[in-house]
Write a protein that binds this ligand. Structure first.
Ligand SMILES: N[C@@H](CCC(=O)N[C@@H](CS)C(=O)NCC(=O)O)C(=O)O
Length: 207
């Protein structure tokens, strides 16, 4: 299998973190340069269908995009440690927190960074109002995470799951624009420290 990846971007990072949690080391990593537009070349588009990373060339030779779809495929191939849920109830709660983390936190922060970081002007027609709106939306949603993390060690289960990976990477990405997470969100800070301390963080955050 081959994972099409790029340094610094949050969506491929989810997959690399997921692989590191599971100890998956037998997937070739192919690094694309988004600023130079390698992901828009016909050869890549013919495989991936969209000018996006990550993409995974699967065991049957076909390619799938969408970080969560890739993680689900890898969960099926490498079931342990379980990161998507073992029972129907647990799976539903993990899905709920993963979608909240993605839609309320990660996507707004990604839009905030895309519309304000100078390096990303190559990928986005930047609009400062869109940047500010999305940063504020992401910060507001962090209060929801903080309340959840006041009552639980991890976002969705009694262990790290895909929901934590999506939430943490979404938040950590804001370092690129030096966005400060308010000190009063102590539960978010405690959880973020626990995420940074995981061995998988080294593998996923190094680029
Ligand atoms: N929903 C997709 C989002 C993929 C995505 O937006 N990837 C960004 C990098 S983080 C990308 O490829 N951007 C290329 C561009 O904007 O031209 C996923 O979860 O994989």
């Amino acid at each position: 299998m081959k994972l099409y990846d790029t340094p610094l971007a949050p969506n491929p990072r989810r997959v690399r973190w997921f692989m590191a949690e599971k100890g998956i080391e037998d997937i070739e990593i192919v690094s694309l340069n988004l600023i130079e537009g390698t992901h828009k070349q016909p050869e890549y588009l013919a495989k991936a269908g969209l000018p996006n990373v990550p993409a995974l060339e699967m065991n049957d030779g076909s390619t799938v995009t969408e970080s969560i779809a890739i993680c689900r495929y890898l969960e099926a191939l490498y079931p342990e440690p379980n990161l998507f849920g073992r029972t129907p109830e647990e799976t539903a709660v993990i899905e709920m927190w993963m979608r909240r983390a993605e839609m309320m936190v990660a996507t707004p922060f990604m839009m905030g960074v895309r519309h304000s970081h100078p390096a990303l002007a190559a990928l986005e027609t930047q609009n400062p109002e869109i940047a500010e709106y999305n940063k504020a939306q992401g910060l507001r949603a962090l209060k929801v995470l903080d309340r959840r993390l006041a009552e639980a060690e991890w976002l969705a289960a009694n262990r790290l799951t895909i929901a934590d990976i999506v939430g943490f990477i979404g938040i950590d990405f804001t370092r690129m624009i030096k966005l400060v997470i308010p000190e009063e969100l102590q539960n978010v800070h405690r959880w973020a420290e626990a995420m940074r301390a995981r061995p998988a963080a080294k593998a996923a955050m190094r680029s």
